[in-house]
Design a protein around this ligand. Structure first.
Ligand code: ATP
Ligand code: MG
Length: 750
């Protein structure tokens, strides 16, 4: 029975409501940051299921990050109830594509047991090929070139303009050959890289449209950052009913370097001429001064598509711009401001409310060390990851080999952990032998262990012995047990049991101790954490039917019953440095993130350090407008307090001076630049943040007085300025009158 409309539509403004309830097949919401695009998209999903009556499993929702997918699912779940959100096909493009391939891949000749090559794998493989070809090509450049070529998808393959242009690039034959060999390698190892997931899925849906014959509606968030293949996929998903809702903001297009194409927006409007275009013009996220300044930055771009965006909050305190002596002084300043804001807010704001957004992950070193010194815990998004820790990678590689013995790369990485006396050169020879014969490294090793002397690569007797006892046989053994009831009380041999048996067989703890005597305890703790993650995953999987696709008549579907491949896929997709999220911690933590990975998110307090020329725009960036948009994205993440800063001297101490970013320079007059700035505005701001977090019936005045003591010296010297700042700090309506301003000024605060 459909829910009363009010429950779904409550709290939406008119434009949002129009977008949610639009009868048009195609709806496009183009609007600025914080205008509620994601909010509206979520409500439309609920509307389509609850009011229009589509089955949840007939709706596909693509988000840009793993984290966004999780948040959206949670919100839809609250509105729909009874776990129906789990049936929606919701995730990143990559994870949705993987689901289709797991279910139907064999129709296009894909082996059921395909694995995923993450970015690091791809780079490693390409690095090896580049070396062998002696081409002198930088593996990073080759990887980027290959990925671009793939991401353009079918369209670019037939465009000879691109081919002509490429022909002029020196080393092109090498690149092409590198591409071919890389692709061969993936195929032989039965791996798909990130681009392949999308490409193969598109191939599947083109050849077997019935896979998506059930799909009623396709909804896409952060549409401005879709690339050519994703555009294709979107259309393929929606091929039956052409019912598409997209939301996006051209000003926030920041993935051009990953082949995202803003023109997909205009292409959509052209190809779907009946699209209902809705614009949202109110910014619910940021204070007026934060929004004004952000708009000043983006408006320097004269070619942009103009949209209106008005704040609904009041002025708030002016964003801060600080020049510090060095990167470490800058980091110390950031940390001292965090401590100050925390202190002043009492326990109402937590470290969860603070984000430090960086142009590149490499900038985090000083920040991390200052936070460390101050004892402030933090999480890193888009930087060094849990899954990239050495001990975790080894375990994952073991699991990969259990899943896919033909995964030569994973096998090569674990062949000598624990030490089995196999040198680097031998490993290379083994890989070489596998490349040139039709055998996998795994098969070659088995030959040795069986005493078959036809293998070309020679191994020593002790090495053969060790391989047999601690690698080949135990892994085969584990593989055979999967799904069997081999536990003590006939419990099934599951993922956790598998990992535990692996650890025991390898004597993992001892090995860690041997190899890393200094910090093995931390490493072992990480391993424990990994086990508990695996346990969580299994529990989660039992609860929801997440990866299943709806049955389609006349089409055979492979049911993914095994937990291992699903676990590995989830880890692979979560470890994408830009769009993944491997946070698995519920403690309040300060977030350190790249700006790219912060897309779509918001925090009350945001720091953007290193706003100097060379960092943003980045020295190596090709598109300066994209760099400006990146700064715009960073600034518009902030709700109430925004701090920009830069160090005058470069990180190398070579006396080179940094200049303020040219994007900030022209508007730097609007920032608060000097003085013990924070006493005044911070008070009002914190009040406003707190007010937003409280239920509406709870006035901020109930909690405020207890939080400040007279010693905090919250009051400014200049009474005129103070009145404005404090007043500006409060949320609209309730605290706006002059009477309230004076009320908060003294008597209320102690
Ligand atoms: P971005 O471009 O950065 O992704 P967005 O347009 O997707 O931003 P949302 O994240 O959906 O914006 O919304 C920004 C904030 O405003 C969120 O906290 C959201 O809950 C809130 N919000 C959106 N619409 C409303 C509304 N009608 N009433 C109250 N709050 C709203
Ligand atoms: Mg959004």
């Amino acid at each position: 029975s459909p829910k009363p409309q009010r429950a779904i539509l409550g709290g939406l403004n008119d434009a949002q409501r129009r977008a949610v309830t639009s009868d048009a097949a195609t709806v496009a919401i183009l609007a600025g940051p914080g205008s509620g695009k994601t909010h509206t998209l979520t409500a439309r999903v609920v509307w389509l299921v609850d009011h229009v009556g589509f089955r949840p499993e007939d709706v596909i929702v693509a988000t840009f990050t793993v984290k966004a997918a999780r948040e959206m699912k949670e919100r839809i779940g609250k509105a729909l109830g009874s776990g129906r959100e789990n049936r929606i096909i919701l995730g990143t493009f990559h994870s949705i594509a993987r689901r289709y391939l797991a279910a139907y891949g064999r129709h296009i000749g894909l082996s059921q047991k395909f694995g995923i090559a993450v970015d690091a794998d791809s780079r490693e493989i390409i690095g090896r090929i580049c070396k062998r070809l002696q081409s002198g090509i930088d593996p990073y450049a080759a990887r980027a070139w290959i990925s671009k070529k793939k991401a353009k998808g079918t369209e670019a393959a037939s465009s000879n303009a691109a081919a002509q242009k490429a022909a002029k690039v020196p080393g092109l034959q090498h690149l092409d050959q590198c591409y071919r060999e890389y692709q061969d390698h993936l195929e032989r190892s039965n791996l798909l890289d990130y681009d392949d997931l999308l490409l193969r899925c598109a191939e599947l849906l083109r050849k077997f449209p019935s896979c998506v014959s059930n799909v009623q509606a396709v909804l896409i968030d952060e549409y401005q950052d879709t690339n050519g293949v994703q555009y294709e996929l979107m259309k393929l998903f929606a091929q039956r009913h052409r019912r598409i809702t997209i939301v996006g903001d051209p000003d926030q297009s920041i993935y051009g370097w990953r082949s995202a194409e803003i023109r997909n927006l205009w292409r959509l409007l052209r190809e779907f001429p009946d699209t209902d275009e809705v614009s949202l013009e109110e910014n619910y996220r940021s204070s007026q001064s934060i929004l004004d300044l952000s708009l000043l930055v983006i408006q320097q771009d004269k070619k942009r598509y103009q949209k209106a965006l008005k704040p609904i909050h009041n002025k708030g305190s002016r964003p801060v711009l600080r020049k510090l002596k060095s990167a470490s002084a800058e980091a110390d300043w950031v940390v001292s401001e965090i401590k100050r804001v925390m202190m002043m807010s009492g326990s109402m704001l937590t470290h969860n409310d603070v984000a430090i957004l960086l142009r590149t992950a490499a900038l985090s070193r000083h920040i991390e060390s200052s936070l460390g010194k101050a004892g402030i815990a933090y999480r890193m998004v888009g930087g060094h990851k849990f899954y990239e820790r050495e001990e975790i990678k080894i375990l994952l590689d073991y699991l990969r080999v259990i899943h896919q013995p033909e995964n030569n790369d994973a096998l090569a990485r674990i062949i000598n952990f624990p030490q089995r006396g196999i040198g680097k050169i031998t490993v290379e020879r083994l890989l070489e032998e596998a490349e040139t014969s039709s055998l996998s490294v795994w098969a070659v090793l088995w030959k040795h262990c069986r005493g078959d002397r036809t293998a070309k690569t020679k191994l020593t007797k002790p090495a053969e012995q060790k391989l047999s006892v601690s690698l080949l046989r135990p892994l085969d053994d584990i593989r055979k047990q999967i799904g069997e009831a081999s536990g003590p009380n006939g419990t099934p041999f599951g993922l956790v049991q598998m990992i535990e048996q692996l650890l025991a067989t390898l004597d993992f703890q001892k090995q860690l101790q041997k190899e890393h005597p200094d910090d093995y305890e931390q490493r072992w703790a990480n391993v424990q954490e990994f086990i508990s993650l695996a346990a969580d995953f299994v529990r989660e999987m039992d609860r929801s039917d997440e990866d299943a696709l709806p049955e389609i008549e006349g089409l055979q579907q492979t049911k993914e019953v095994e937990v291992l491949p699903r676990f590995l896929a989830t880890v692979s997709l979560a470890s994408d440095a830009q769009t993944g999220d491997d946070s698995h911690d519920n403690k309040p933590l300060v977030t350190i993130s790249t700006i790219h990975a912060a897309k779509g998110l918001e925090w009350p307090v945001v720091f953007v350090p290193a706003v100097y020329n060379g960092s943003i725009p980045h020295v190596r960036a090709e598109d300066s407008d994209e760099e400006r948009r990146l700064l715009y994205v960073a600034m518009t993440r902030a709700q109430s307090l925004l701090y920009l800063s830069y160090p005058v001297f470069g990180p190398n101490g070579n006396g080179e001076r940094n200049e303020l970013s040219p994007f900030v320079e022209p508007v730097s007059g609007s920032f608060l630049k000097k003085g013990p700035c924070f006493d005044r505005p911070v008070l009002g701001e914190i009040a406003r943040i707190l007010q937003r977090k409280l239920p509406p019936e709870d006035s901020i005045f109930k909690t405020l007085p207890a939080m400040f003591s007279p010693e905090d010296n919250l009051f400014p010297v200049d009474p005129e300025e103070s009145r404005q700042d404090v007043k500006g700090g409060f949320s609209r309506g309730e605290f706006q009158s002059g009477e309230n301003t004076s009320r908060i000024k003294r008597p209320r605060l102690h």
